[in-house]
Design a protein around this ligand. Structure first.
Ligand SMILES: [Zn+2]
Length: 221
């Protein structure tokens, strides 16, 4: 993907970190941010555009045990007890294959509510516990549930809202549909197969052995 269109943006005031995104997605997010402010929420971006290299680093650290690999309940797994295929599927539950993250598109954001952080130096983890109804970001997400279903003006949706046995349901991950569409349409099995075959990714043999299952469960939108 061309990264020339990716610019740096910031929501609201200087309390917010800068993030990279496509202009169309950033403009829509700014509108959502303003709408949130009016309803008492301060939307902040934990992650916008992410490069191949950044995703590769996450992937390598998980394969090598330098970053926790979590089970369905977000508890760290003892990866030495897993086969390499089990490790692959455990990583895929929470992390995309480098080259196949929606964060590469500049259309997708991981968000939270700055105004409900328990302390100023609180480290946002983006966990189910933080983002479910009772969590510290629950109020934001309950509001977003309404906005996303009733008012489509900003055209955001949650691509991982329902657990289809693939990527875990990440309530904090929103996607700007109009910006993401062309990237979604370009995702074909042939291209996926080609990119994995040409890559030198850790767990490549396990990826190649399970290509069609992975494509259906984790790659197809
Ligand atoms: Zn995300």
């Amino acid at each position: 993907m061309s990264s020339e269109q990716l610019n740096y943006y910031q929501l609201g005031e200087s309390i917010h970190r800068r993030f990279q995104a496509q202009p169309t997605a950033a403009a829509a997010l700014e509108l959502l941010y303003q709408k949130g402010l009016a309803a008492g929420h301060v939307i902040a971006v934990a992650s916008g555009y992410r490069s191949y290299q950044q995703q590769l680093k996450i992937w390598q650290e998980k394969v090598e045990g330098r970053r926790p690999v979590l089970d369905n309940d977000e508890n760290p797994l003892a990866i030495k007890d897993l086969s390499s295929t089990e490790l692959l599927f455990a990583i895929l539950r929470w992390s995309a294959i480098p080259g196949f993250s929606r964060h590469h598109w500049g259309s997708d954001f991981d968000i939270y509510d700055y105004s409900t952080l328990p302390t100023e130096d609180y480290q946002v983890q983006l966990t189910v516990a933080e983002s479910d109804d009772q969590g510290i970001f629950g109020r934001l997400h309950l509001w977003l549930d309404q906005i996303i279903t009733q008012d489509c003006s900003q055209d955001f949706f949650r691509p991982f809202a329902n657990d289809r046995g693939g990527v875990a349901p990440e309530r904090w991950h929103i996607s700007h549909a109009a910006t993401a569409r062309s990237f979604e349409q370009a995702l074909t099995f042939e291209q996926f197969k080609l990119e994995i075959s040409q890559s030198s990714l850790p767990l490549k043999p396990e990826l190649l052995k399970n290509l069609s299952e992975i494509f259906e469960r984790f790659i197809l939108p």
